[in-house]
Design a protein around this ligand. Structure first.
Ligand SMILES: C[S@@+](CC[C@H](N)C(=O)[O-])C[C@H]1O[C@@H](n2cnc3c(N)ncnc32)[C@H](O)[C@@H]1O
Length: 266
């Protein structure tokens, strides 16, 4: 490689890194990273503008769970991604139903939409992700809302996307209703990190809409280079139990985040 080619390659990499960077400076002022004296992040604090409650979400894993975190991609589930903030803003702006609504979050990471909708609307929420994240979600739910609320109004479960996984989740006793009024997933499609797991996400969303075609299903996506999102959207449109995929018009501080409503077949 010539010196010019090396410089060009370095610059391209830098631009890519800058485009994909998700450091604290990108958070609004009401989201803070809490760090130890050595600079290690231990928690994320969220003062959602319309809420009087500060959410403190520990990002520390149990010692036994740290090794898989470094091997795999689960670390991404201990960040708050822009898509989840935008989806939460959208749900709060457009859905004022109180209390008896149920929300299922897929690939929820720290579970911000579910926790905020519970805090502000009293919705009952089921937060799901791959192991070991549900354990952290359970701890964070108990810390923020109390031991008695966990189980009765907020639950965390493992759901590794698949049709069978949805069936298993549905067999368990959740709240009074076995169906979900709302299903949301945020920033769950990014091929460089998760490969073609979006195909499993499509299967999971299709199964949930087969079970309850009336579910309000929202997918919030951050657009990045070679993200695989166009293939994901096309596959959703071609799914058996999905009648329409509609881009939602919602003003946000992050134009790279796109919101879609996915409709079942009524
Ligand atoms: C970029 S993070 C987004 C986390 C959170 N939704 C947010 O927006 O802050 C992607 C999430 O998808 C989850 N995920 C990836 N593949 C998955 C799969 N096959 N089944 C379930 N969750 C998965 C990851 O564990 C991670 O929490």
């Amino acid at each position: 490689m010539t010196e010019t080619e090396t410089l060009e390659a370095t610059n391209t990499k830098k631009v890519e890194e800058e485009e994909d960077s998700d450091d604290d400076e990108d958070y609004p002022r009401w989201i803070r990273s809490i760090r130890s004296k050595t600079g290690l992040e231990t928690a994320i604090e969220i003062d959602w503008p319309s809420s009087s409650q500060t959410l403190t979400l520990s990002t520390c894993m149990e010692p036994d769970d740290i090794a898989p975190m470094f091997d795999g991609t689960q670390w991404a589930g201990t960040r708050v991604w822009r898509s989840s903030i935008v989806a939460t803003q959208y749900l709060l702006a457009h859905h004022h139903e109180q209390s008896d609504q149920t929300l299922l979050e897929l690939g929820c990471g720290l579970g911000v939409p579910g926790m905020i909708l519970h805090a502000l609307r009293g919705w009952k929420v089921v937060l799901t992700d791959k192991d070991p994240l549900p354990k952290q979600l359970e701890n964070n739910s108990k810390t923020n809302f109390g031991e008695e609320v966990y189980g009765a109004q907020i639950q965390a479960h493992e759901l590794d996307w698949s049709r069978d996984g949805v069936q298993e989740l549905m067999k368990k006793q959740y709240f009074s209703s076995q169906q979900f009024d709302f299903v949301v997933n945020c920033d769950c499609v990014y091929e460089p990190l998760y490969g073609e797991s979006w195909k499993l996400l499509v299967e999971t969303m299709d199964e949930l809409l087969r079970i309850n075609p009336q579910t309000v299903m929202i997918t919030s996506l951050e657009r990045r280079k070679a993200d695989g999102v166009d293939k994901f959207l096309k596959a959703l449109e071609q799914s058996d139990h999905i009648s329409k995929v509609e881009r939602l018009d919602f003003e946000t501080d992050w134009p790279e985040v796109q919101l879609y409503r996915v409709y079942g077949c009524l």
